[in-house]
Design a protein around this ligand. Sequence first.
Ligand code: PEP
Ligand code: MN
Length: 388
Amino acid sequence: MPRPRLAAYPFFLPMTSAADTFFTRLMARKGQPLLIAGPCSAETEAQVMATAHGLRALGQVDLFRAGIWKPRTRPGSFEGMGTAALPWLQRVKAETGLPTTVEVATPRHVEDALAHGIDVLWIGARTTVNPFAVQALADALAGTGVPVMVKNPVNPDVALWAGALERLERAGITQLAAIHRGFSTFAPSRYRNAPTWILAIELKTRFPHIPLICDPSHIGGRRDLLLPIAQKALDLDYDGLMIETHPDPDHALSDAEQQVTPARLGEILAELKYRRRSSDNADYNSKAEELRQKMDVADREIIEALARRMALVEELAQYKKANNVKILQLDRWHEIFASRPDWAARVGVDEKFVGELYKLIHLESIRKQTEVLNGRPVDGVTHLGPGL
Ligand code: PEP
Ligand code: MN
């Protein structure tokens, strides 16, 4: 199959290194996080054009998004306009100069989108979960040089997210970005998709060269959560935001509750605080350095206290072993979880935080005791529990 010709866009110049991509060039030029905006779904040509012109007028949008093929949870919902909407996006680019991006889930989508000059593609959360689907996309994308954004999988599994990026990298797709859109959860939550920020931070540490973009629309699921989520992402040093916009959000055919008008997006952007990564103020720098050194000392004390605690645990385990006593003593567990948060509150440390910390410390204690009782090493504790 002949490779589709890529649209003439200045960022499609040959890239010279892993860190030199469509995304990083835009970021370097802008000196601010990237902004991707546009409707959840392309519904009509008029709706797409009204959104695009409204966004262009803000002067801050870098990439125009629109869903064409919509993966819906239940059949019978609006499933997108399909290929018929692609010429509308060509018109967006011609009239506003904004590059465009659509979600692709199959090789056929890739072919259609590229044949219509779409500049950037993204892989949705429901596709990232499926390595077969991701591999099929990677194969279809090989050799195209097109920039691709990968949303996190629906389930909170960083390995799947990382795996999708690796499949693309192996196919020679080096212009990559990751989009954090939150994770499905069983637990009641104020969010539509729990952000579980730690997972996105973990991805960022594994792929420091890949820009990380936050999607407050799908995390929040509600207009009033867009600003706090976007602010949090900026404070966590994200590289960009993707926010759904619609000229008449209440009547949108998909995700009506979370879309905002381009004008409202402008207000949200004006309210965001762009804090700096560092400062050239000498006073700030010397004070920050002094505080960090004091924190280093405090951290050493914490670790030394943990070492003392774990040595006591080991001694107790030997004692239990000699007396044929079980590891888990529920009364003791209850006592720890009642007393430690209480002690914390008395010295002004957050009780819930200390409760969580003691869950981990207790798991590590159990792991250590298991080692002593079994007489062989046991895998270390992770945030998901001990490798018993
Ligand atoms: C979208 O961006 O419109 C979308 C379908 O998102 P997600 O894949 O994050 O659910
Ligand atoms: Mn949506």
